[in-house]
Design a protein. Sequence first.
Length: 257
Amino acid sequence: MSNPLVANVSLLFSDSPMQERFKKAAEIGFTLVEIQFPYEWAAEQLKQWADEAGVGVYLINVPAGDLLAGGKSYSCHSELQPQFISACSKAIEYGNVLGVSCINVLASNLSPGDDHDVCLDTYVENIRYAAEVMLQEGIQVTFEAINSIDMPNYLINSFSEMRSVYEQVAHPNAFMQYDIYHMAMMGESVAEQIELAYPAIGHIQFADVPGRGAPKTGNLPFGDIFQRINACGYSGAVAAEYRISGDKDKDYGWLRG
């Protein structure tokens, strides 16, 4: 692909301390990295590690509360909007120090008592807010669907739901983050959707299915997928975001073709 290739160092090289992952990414051949949640380290320290390794930081996520523990994020519940605004400020602070191109706004898990439509309206409003304030910083906003097998209570699971959010947000600085793994887990037609929707996609991530491992560990035809991404006109970055096995050849051999 001619697209910029990004290593998600929250998952890749996760058998090493964070300060070593930037160098390991560079040694493999990556020039860009992304970090899901960088907030346990000082932004200046992360910037130093990245600069020493000679890589740029491309994307981070807005702080997402208890999302990864199965709880609520700040982005979909009206009573948590003050926390969401604060989280956006924190993300912008880190984004400016790190020089990121994109900041991703994750949705939330819903509880049985939550009103889906109200939470969806709040999410749309919050993405629009983030898109506007980050536009002033020169940072693009993305958001994503996550499959209902791994996260059954997540607000948006399918491509159609993600596309609907995009159309409702209707902001020139808000784009879909298309995660090939999550959409393949939902049975979506990955390459065809990217080819048709690429102007609305701001970032692509990938892992193989099943297992969320590296390409060639599952059944997705990544050679064809990458060729079609390259040919369709999508000009954004493509990020490796998969779980490693500890076997270097299995985890990174796909980079050699």
